[in-house]
Design a protein around this ligand. Structure first.
Ligand code: BGC
Length: 495
C-alpha cells in the first residue's frame, strides 16, 4: 500500500482495562454497581482491577510502541474525572492519569483517539434518569467541554459515543446491559433522540470553542454488522437487509451524514405500526426543523465498529409487545458454515466487511472512514498461540484493503479490538479478544504478546499484508516475542 497516512491502531475502553474502580476519588459508574451484584456477570467477575491499566501507563505505552501502532483508541471514565458526573466535582488524580497516558502516547508518536463515552455513565447521573433525561445533554456537553479544554492541546481525534445503538437498545430496550431498563417499544427511541442531541451539542461546542485553535476531528462510532439478503433475487429481502442497516446504523448516521432526520423507512415503519397499535403518535420522536439543522453535518469522519455478518429475510412480525426489534420486520440468521467464536452471534465473515465498506461509501457519499474496532473473541485462557485470531485479522484486513484499493472506499484507518484481553462485559474475562494475553490470576496482571500481536506488528510495519518474505520476518519477530515475554513475565522493567 502506498498511502503512508493510513493509520493502524488498537483499541480499548476505560471500564474494560483500567481497574482502580474507586481509586483516588473516582466516583462509581453504572458498570461498577452492576458488576458488584452477584450473578450479573459470568463467574462473578468485575472490572474492579481489570488489566490494572490505571497503574500501568508506562507498561501499556511500551507495548503499544513495540507493536508499532500509529494510534491508540481508549475512552475516558467520566466518573474518574467528575466523580458525581458534574463539573463541580473535579478529581485531579483522574486527570493526572489521563495526562500521563496522553503524554506517553504523544512522546512515542502514537496518536490518541479518545472516546468520551464508552458505556460507563456516572451512577450519580443514572440516579437522575440517565440517558432518558434530557438534562444529560447539558451535563455531557460540560464534561466534553472540560475534556477538550484539558486534553485537546494533544488529542486531535474525538469520538462522542461508542455504539449508540447498544446504549439505546441493550441499555433501555432489551435491558440486558446497565441501566437494565426493559422498555423495548419506546425507551430506545427516546434515548437515541437524546443521544443524537447530546452528540450534536458536543460537536458544536468543539466547533465553536476549540476547532480553530486545536484543529482536531470529531465523530461518533456506531456498531455495524453486515447483512446479506437471504435471496438476493428477491427485492423484499434486499429491502429487508437495507431496512436492518437503517434501523441499526442509519438511526444515528442518517441524521448526521444526510438530512438531520431519521431514515424514511424508520419513520414509515414505526409510524405505521404505532398507528396500528392505536397509539396517538409515533413511538419514534420527531425533530424540529431547527434541530435537524443543528444535527446535520455533525461528524467530520465516519467511524464504526464491526465484528460479524448476518443473513436477513423479510418477516411479518407481531404488533405486540411494542418493540424496536419487531418494528424492523426482518428475521436474521447466520450461515452455520461460518466459523463461530466465543461470542454468540459473532462469526468470522471477512467478505462482509468489504461489502459493508462499500455500503457506507454509497450511502453516505464516500466519507473518510475509520474502522475503530474489529476482532475476534476466543474462549480460552492461554491462547498465546492464537492462529484463529491471525486468520481473522488476515482475512478481515485483506477485505478492508480490497475495499480501499480496488473499490475506491475512502478508508483512512484500521484498529484491532483489542489491545489486550480485558473485561468482556456480561461475559467477564472468559472470551479473550486481546493481541496481548493478560494473566488475571496474577496480581501484577502481566501482559504477554500473542502470536497475533507479532503478526499485526508485521502488517503495520508493511503498511498492509506482508508478501512472501512473511515467513522469514515472522521468525525474526518470534525471537522478539520471546524476549518480550521474558521481560514482562519477570516484570523486569515495570514492576
Ligand atoms: C464494544 C467493546 C466490546 C466488543 C466485543 C464492542 O461492541 O465496543 O467494548 O468489548 O464489542 O464484544
Amino acid at each position: 500500500m502506498n498511502n503512508n497516512n493510513f493509520t493502524w491502531g488498537v483499541s480499548s475502553s476505560a471500564y474494560q482495562v483500567e481497574g482502580g474502580w474507586d481509586a483516588d476519588g473516582k466516583g462509581p459508574s453504572i458498570w461498577d454497581n452492576f458488576s458488584h451484584v452477584p450473578g450479573n456477570i459470568k463467574n462473578g467477575d468485575t472490572g474492579d482491577i481489570a488489566c490494572d491499566s490505571y497503574n500501568k501507563v508506562e507498561e501499556d505505552v511500551y507495548l503499544l510502541r513495540a507493536l508499532g501502532v500509529k494510534n491508540y483508541r481508549f475512552s475516558l471514565s467520566w466518573s474518574r474525572i467528575f466523580p458525581s458526573g458534574r463539573n463541580n466535582s473535579i478529581n485531579s488524580h483522574g486527570i493526572d492519569y489521563y495526562n500521563r497516558l496522553i503524554d506517553g502516547l504523544v512522546a512515542n508518536n502514537i496518536t490518541p483517539i479518545v472516546t468520551l463515552y464508552h458505556w460507563d455513565l456516572p451512577q450519580a447521573l443514572q440516579d437522575i434518569g440517565g440517558w432518558e433525561s434530557s438534562t444529560l445533554i447539558d451535563l455531557f456537553d460540560s464534561f466534553a467541554d472540560f475534556c477538550f479544554q484539558t486534553f485537546g492541546d494533544r488529542v486531535k481525534f474525538w469520538i462522542t459515543f461508542n455504539e449508540p445503538q447498544v446504549i439505546a437498545w441493550a441499555g433501555y430496550g432489551a435491558g440486558t446491559l446497565p441501566p437494565n431498563v426493559n422498555d423495548p417499544g419506546s425507551a430506545p427511541y427516546r434515548v437515541a433522540h437524546i443521544l443524537l442531541k447530546a452528540h450534536a451539542r458536543v460537536y458544536h461546542t468543539y466547533d465553536d470553542k476549540y476547532r480553530a485553535s486545536q484543529g482536531g476531528v470529531i465523530a461518533l462510532c456506531p456498531n455495524i454488522d453486515w447483512v446479506e439478503p437471504k435471496t438476493p433475487s428477491d427485492p423484499r429481502d434486499i429491502e429487508a437487509a437495507d431496512r436492518y442497516l437503517q434501523f441499526l446504523v442509519g438511526w444515528f448516521t442518517h441524521p448526521i451524514f444526510k438530512n438531520g432526520d431519521y431514515p424514511e423507512v424508520m419513520k414509515w415503519k414505526v409510524g405505521n405500526r404505532s398507528e396500528l397499535q392505536n397509539l396517538p403518535s409515533s413511538r419514534l420522536p420527531v425533530f424540529t426543523a431547527e434541530e435537524r439543522d443543528y444535527i446535520r453535518g455533525t461528524a467530520d469522519v465516519f467511524c464504526f465498529n464491526s465484528y460479524t455478518s448476518k443473513i436477513v429475510t423479510h418477516s411479518t412480525t407481531r404488533l405486540r409487545p411494542f418493540s424496536y426489534e419487531y418494528d424492523q420486520e426482518v428475521l436474521t440468521k447466520v450461515d452455520s458454515s461460518w466459523p463461530s467464536s466465543a461470542i454468540t452471534g459473532h462469526r468470522a465473515v471477512a467478505w462482509g466487511l468489504r461489502r459493508l465498506l462499500n455500503w457506507i461509501k454509497e450511502e453516505y457519499g464516500n466519507p473518510p472512514i475509520y474502522i475503530i474496532e474489529n476482532g475476534v473473541g476466543i474462549k480460552t485462557k492461554s491462547d498465546v498461540d492464537d492462529n484463529t485470531r491471525i486468520f481473522y485479522y488476515k482475512t478481515y484486513i485483506d477485505e478492508a484493503l480490497k475495499a480501499y484499493k480496488l473499490d475506491g472506499v475512502n478508508l483512512r484507518g484500521y484498529n484491532a479490538w483489542s489491545f489486550m484481553d480485558s473485561f468482556e462485559w456480561l461475559n467477564g474475562y472468559d472470551p479473550r479478544f486481546g493481541l496481548h494475553q493478560v494473566d488475571f490470576d496474577n496480581p501484577n496482571r502481566p501482559r504477554t504478546p500473542k502470536r497475533s500481536a507479532v503478526y499485526y506488528a508485521e502488517i503495520i510495519r508493511n503498511n498492509g499484508i506482508p508478501l512472501a518474505h512473511l515467513c522469514v520476518s515472522i521468525h525474526a519477530l518470534l525471537r522478539t516475542e520471546i524476549v518480550f515475554h521474558r521481560v514482562l513475565q519477570g516484570n523486569m522493567v515495570f514492576a
